[in-house]
Design a protein around this ligand. Structure first.
Ligand code: PRX
Length: 667
């Protein structure tokens, strides 16, 4: 990439940032790779360990499946409580009256704030409620919630008593929620009556009722459902909808959050857990089979979420940080809740959408709270760019110093808009590459330190050792492109797939023994910058939501009139990628608009609204090799109407390619 496309960090920012030059980064990086025990051992000193770690046994691991089971253990033998470290410890250090969260509701007139002290009190109360309902250390608690304060309260209450939270993003369907609750054998489900997203009212409790019934059908009984009364306490954008709004409460199972919180003690002694005890699980799509319950543990995750937050956002006391991600995704876990609170940070938490009541809502919130670090997804930026520079220009965005991006590649156009229009050419942009599995950022620029190239996630974070491998598993040195893998563990990485260690090993460690395989490809340029090139498996990334083509295909073929389905990704100007589906109806069935509509509804119901296909095309047949393998490469060409399909001589029926081009719904 030519020199003029390198953007140097603002000198003013460099002067004050924790890591202020590439030289300093290189020195620290070297130490973190060569002496991880020392590097992370120093960081661990700021936290409370009820039983300290044995420095001689700070890290033990096996990344090589040919030598035995994969295992990763940091600080084995130590014990702690993450909730204690996030709340009690900060209060002891004098931050009790500091704002932990400015909560900004969907409606601009709804807002509140929580100090560290108030948060601790609410967390303790709810921890006692959970105990009253028989939740013990190690039990799983499912959470299906909007972006309201009760969500972090519920998470931290679980952590306080050693229970394992399993959050399901509240955009998932009742089927998806049921499947996840069954897989983790959730004892309790926490939800709210409903949620506003702009002017849309979501009936969360209704979805939960269906999910609880479905879990029952699948053979799992969830004992208790605790429901936050949210809709009636907030200003409604559409009051008429509230009038009709009611929820069913089942006597033996459902309890109102407020009623339960009434007479409980505002203190709760923390459960000291082993640092390798599970903290939470979070489901992520797998390229084959059902979603995987990615399991994170306590001690290493605390070190990693905390350190990445501090250094990647260059968070300083007095700053106001805002991450727009939903807590239902890993970004919300690590960078709305755990990372910021571990640093006694002040954050904004936002319930609504960037478009309500108007398309300048994000910029208005930045101005209102004097936000210094802002973290969002490229999809959101692209959808806001469409409205031009005027909405942000109405607001004072001068407080900003770091702008983060996450979840998908950021295209240079969106990067430049972010840099120029939002950041006024003085903010560092941190394009953070990471995954549910990695627990925190693994490849990212550092503010005030890394010269930026639009679209490159640049260099590894401390303790992370990336390599690029060719198909044969050989490391590519210098410039080149290959599979992105990591050859040693960092503290925040996942430890296993819940209840399925063999799946953990086969998914991440079997393709290249000795390495954790991300499933992404990457390129290294002549300056050593890493550029993520996208998934190398059959996964799609729609608006930052990762899903498997196989998952969507399985739903499409559930339709009684469908014989076969194949799904590929097609580039989309706002969502990054979208779903393009090829449908072969059963013999004697016709492909019509009714079928298309039914298939869209089916995908929404089974997976969630974010998975709805953009295009559903009739495919009288699919391009298959003689051995029956679908050649997706050809389908991807049809999806973008590119007739340069390459060699098709291995196809069983070559003529199908032309038929598919003829059948494209968009002429
Ligand atoms: O393909 C990569 C993409 O998102 C995947 C991880 O998705 P998930 O587990 O849902 O976590 C998303 C939030 C961390 C990755 O395998 N991805 C994530 N961040 C980036 C990215 N692709 C390119 N650039 C990024 N900054």
């Amino acid at each position: 990439m030519p020199e003029q496309n390198i953007f140097q960090p603002d000198p003013k920012l460099s002067r004050s940032s924790y890591v202020s030059s590439l030289q300093q980064y290189n020195e620290l990086y070297k130490e973190s790779i060569e002496h991880p025990e020392k590097f992370w051992g120093n960081i661990a000193k700021q936290f409370h360990w009820e039983t300290p770690a044995d420095p001689k046994n700070f890290l033990s691991y096996n990344f090589d499946i040919s030598k035995g089971p994969i295992s990763i253990k940091w600080m084995e033998g130590a014990s702690t409580n993450i909730c204690y470290n996030l709340l009690d410890r900060n209060i002891k250090n004098g931050h009790g009256d500091k704002i932990a969260f400015y909560w900004e509701g969907n409606h601009p007139e709804d807002f509140t704030r929580f100090t560290y002290r108030k948060l601790l009190e609410e967390v303790c109360r709810f921890a006692n409620v959970l105990k009253m309902h028989g939740v013990n250390k190690g039990d799983r608690v499912a959470i299906y919630m909007p972006m309201i304060m009760e969500t972090p309260i519920a998470m931290l209450a679980c952590a306080r008593i050693g229970a394992v939270h399993s959050i399901v993003f509240a955009g998932f369907s009742s089927d998806s929620l049921a499947e996840r609750m069954k897989d983790c054998k959730a004892k309790v489900l926490i939800t709210s009556d409903g949620a506003w997203r702009g002017e849309k009212l979501l009936h969360l409790k209704k979805i939960c009722d269906q999910a609880l019934d479905k879990a029952e059908e699948l053979g799992h009984h969830v004992e208790t459902c605790i429901v936050v009364k949210h809709i009636n306490r907030v200003t409604a954008p559409v009051p008429d909808l509230v009038e009709d709004f009611s929820v069913d409460m089942r006597d033996d199972r459902d309890f109102w959050w407020n009623d339960e919180m009434e007479d409980v003690e505002p203190s709760c002694y923390p459960e000291w857990t082993s640092v390798e005890d599970p903290l939470f699980m979070l489901y992520t799509s797998g390229s084959t089979g059902k979603p995987k319950g990615v399991l994170h543990t306590t001690g290493g995750y605390l070190l990693y979420a905390s350190t990445t937050f501090k250094l990647v956002f260059d968070y300083k006391p007095g700053d106001v940080y805002w991450c727009t991600a939903d807590i239902g995704w890993i970004t919300g876990h690590s960078y709305v809740v755990y990372g910021p609170l571990a640093n006694a940070a002040t954050s904004v938490m936002f319930e609504g959408t960037p478009f309500y009541p108007d398309v300048d809502r994000y910029w208005q919130i930045i101005e209102k709270y004097k936000v210094t670090q802002f973290y969002t997804a490229p999809t959101a930026l692209r959808s806001l760019m469409k409205f031009g520079d005027q909405p942000p220009s109405k607001h004072n965005l001068e407080t900003l110093k770091v702008l983060g991006s996450v979840g998908e590649p950021i295209n240079p156009e969106a990067w430049l808009w972010y840099y120029k229009v939002i950041g006024k050419e003085k903010c560092s942009i941190v394009d953070t590459f990471w995954q549910t599995e990695t627990g925190g950022h693994v490849i990212t620029p550092l503010p005030g330190c890394t010269p930026m190239k639009p679209g490159s996630a640049s260099f590894p974070f401390f303790g992370v050792k990336p390599s690029l491998l060719d198909e044969g598993g050989k490391e590519i040195q210098g410039e080149g492109e290959g599979y992105l893998v990591f050859s040693q563990p960092w503290p925040g990485m996942m430890r296993t797939v819940f209840n399925d260690h063999p799946r953990f090993e086969s998914t991440y460690f079997s393709k290249f023994p000795g390495y954790y395989c991300t499933g992404d490809g990457a390129r290294r340029d002549s300056d050593g910058y890493l550029w993520i090139t996208g998934r190398v498996d059959d996964m799609l990334n729609v608006s930052g939501h990762l899903m498997a083509t196989a998952e969507v295909e399985a739903v499409l073929t559930e339709h009684p009139r469908v014989s076969e389905a194949a799904v590929v990704s097609r580039p989309h100007p706002v969502k990054g990628e979208c779903l393009y589906c090829f449908i072969t109806p059963n013999q004697s069935e016709t492909f019509d608009k009714k079928m298309v509509d039914e298939l869209k509804v089916l995908v929404r119901e089974r997976i969630g609204p974010f998975a709805q296909p953009d295009v559903i095309q009739h495919a009288p047949g699919l391009p298959k090799t003689r051995s029956g393998k679908i050649m997706r490469r050809i389908l991807r060409k049809v999806a973008v109407n590119d007739r340069e399909v390459g060699d098709i001589s291995t196809l069983a029926e070559e003529q199908i390619v032309e038929i598919l081009f003829q059948n494209r719904p968009e002429k």
